[in-house]
Ligand binder design. Structure first.
Ligand SMILES: NC(=O)C1=CN([C@@H]2O[C@H](COP(=O)(O)OP(=O)(O)OC[C@H]3O[C@@H](n4cnc5c(N)ncnc54)[C@H](O)[C@@H]3O)[C@@H](O)[C@H]2O)C=CC1
Ligand SMILES: Nc1nc2c(ncn2[C@@H]2O[C@H](COP(=O)(O)OP(=O)(O)O[C@H]3O[C@H](C(=O)O)[C@@H](O)[C@H](O)[C@@H]3O)[C@@H](O)[C@H]2O)c(=O)[nH]1
Length: 420
């Protein structure tokens, strides 16, 4: 396949050299005359283990060359891959000027008379909405009704520098954003030899995937570092604790705890996060990330409450399904559902609650104290299943996913257990 790669930096150079190693004919395009000259001399303009050798071999075989001007080169390319930079702007957003510029360049080089479609794949990290709101209008404007000549794709890159070649051929996953999530034949062909889970999705979902991943990597690093700081201050081996932590692939290193849904609660997580904050502060180890977790959780509770309000007609009556902090438990301590119920009551919203596990006369100890200090009217709020099913409520707030198995009269249901 003949492929043009726009932007010969860390991503673009690795991409160009690896594609050439796979036997494709690659033309690299960069605005920098210096980078173009270095590539054409058979060297890599960036330092990355193994890349010099790949570039030298590819140039020698005539599979890789570079240019500042792509004019004439795109006509027989099946694919153009965009890897230009999206650095931070002064306000923290991505500077999109290189994306805009390269989109104009490519769009203007697509000849309406070309016999096959040009697939233009954006690999740079861009904010959600970029393809639809920034890139697509540029192409539509330049191609004037000949959009059938191009296919726009967003395909985020997950490689890490220093192991970029290994990551290129063995990515953790392949995410392909297309119009309506339809398949892209050219990318299927290109990735045929790569063994990785592949996800076709919308442009926006693919765009945000990259932010989700990188931010999570940052959360993990910050978390690991905060734990390390606390351990060090307490004279505990951070390495030993790390080894024990990562050995647990059931609860610690797994998709567990990663489902977007309800806020966390119960008698352990908030308590222990708070305790770690206290310990860290006591020993002078500043845990900014950990310090922000409960505030983040509170923000999430507010978000869920506001979502309920949006779905509730003015003056409406709410039925909540579930009150304890999780299913099959009567534990109300620090239940986010108690907070939600309290917010409804504070807003003078009529509320009924169905939770078969919560029987006020059976509550004991701290659970009893927490329940009645947080919701003094608990007894009056709780209703039986038959009332929950037969009553005419204006909104059902489902904290469990029970609504689908109940014969509710109310059609308007908001599931706060799973964010879709
Ligand atoms: N560096 C990394 O490890 C990874 C980076 N990314 C993302 O990939 C994108 C590229 O990152 P890097 O390769 O690190 O950037 P870079 O700054 O190393 O390279 C970008 C290249 O694009 C060139 N360029 C700018 N405008 C151009 C145009 N109109 N035509 C042709 N070339 C043009 C620049 O001269 C430069 O050589 C960014 O969005 C980045 O966030 C994604 C995954 C990994
Ligand atoms: N403390 C600590 N720091 C770590 C650890 N792992 C990585 N780091 C640091 O985290 C930073 C990022 O490292 P890495 O993910 O290996 O490199 P890179 O920045 O190339 O890759 C990341 O960004 C790419 C991107 O630019 O978008 C992503 O494609 C890639 O998946 C990574 O999220 C560096 O400062 C590392 O020293 C760790 O376990 N502990």
């Amino acid at each position: 396949m003949k492929i043009a790669v726009f932007g010969l930096g860390y991503v673009g150079m690795t991409t160009a050299a690896c594609l050439a190693r796979s036997g494709h004919e690659v033309i690299g395009v960069d605005v920098s005359d210096e980078k173009v000259a270095i590539v054409n001399a058979g060297n890599s303009p960036i330092t990355e283990p193994g890349l010099d050798e790949l570039v030298a071999r590819a140039v020698r075989k005539g599979l890789l060359s570079a240019t500042q001007n792509a004019r004439g080169h795109l006509d027989n390319c099946a694919l153009a891959i965009v890897c230009v930079g999206t650095p931070s702007a002064p306000d923290g957003s991505h500077n999109m000027s290189f994306i805009v510029e390269v989109s104009h360049q490519i769009a203007e080089l697509v000849r309406p008379a070309r016999s096959t479609k040009l697939t233009v794949v954006f690999r740079s990290t861009v904010r959600p909405g970029t393809i639809e709101e920034l890139v697509l209008p540029i192409f539509e404007n330049a191609l004037k009704g000949r959009m059938d000549r191009v296919e726009l794709v967003y395909n985020p890159e997950f490689l890490r520098e220093s192991v970029a070649i290994e990551d290129f051929f063995n990515p953790p996953k392949i995410v392909i954003g297309t119009k309506d999530g339809e398949r892209c034949a050219v990318l299927d062909e290109l990735n045929a030899t790569i063994n990785a889970p592949t996800f076709y999705t919308t442009y926006r979902a693919a765009e945000i995937t990259k932010f989700v991943d990188n931010t999570f990597h940052a959360v993990k690093v910050a978390f690991a570092n905060e734990v390390g700081r606390v351990c060090e201050k307490l004279g505990i081996s951070a390495t030993t604790v790390h080894q024990i932590f990562v050995s647990d692939t059931k609860l610690n290193i797994s998709p567990y705890y990663l489902r977007p849904g309800g806020a966390f609660g119960g008698s352990c997580l908030p308590k222990d996060v708070r305790a770690l904050q206290y310990i860290a502060s006591d020993v002078g180890a500043h845990t900014y990330l950990v310090d922000s977790l409960l505030r983040s959780n509170d923000a999430h509770k507010n978000f869920l409450f506001e979502s309920c309000l949006k779905a509730l007609p003015t003056g409406g009556h709410v039925l909540m399904l579930g009150l304890s902090f999780k299913e099959d438990s009567d534990d109300l301590r620090e239940s986010p559902n108690i907070d939600l119920a309290r917010k409804f009551l504070q807003s003078h919203i009529d509320l009924s609650i169905y939770d078969p596990q919560v029987e006020p006369s059976k509550l004991l100890g701290q659970n009893l104290g927490y329940a009645f200090s947080s919701l003094p009217a608990l007894r009056k709020l709780l209703v039986s299943r038959s009332i929950a099913e037969s009553g005419s409520f204006d909104l059902v707030v489902d904290t469990r996913g029970w609504a689908k198995t109940m014969a509710l009269r109310t059609r308007r249901v908001i599931n706060v257990n799973t964010l879709s």
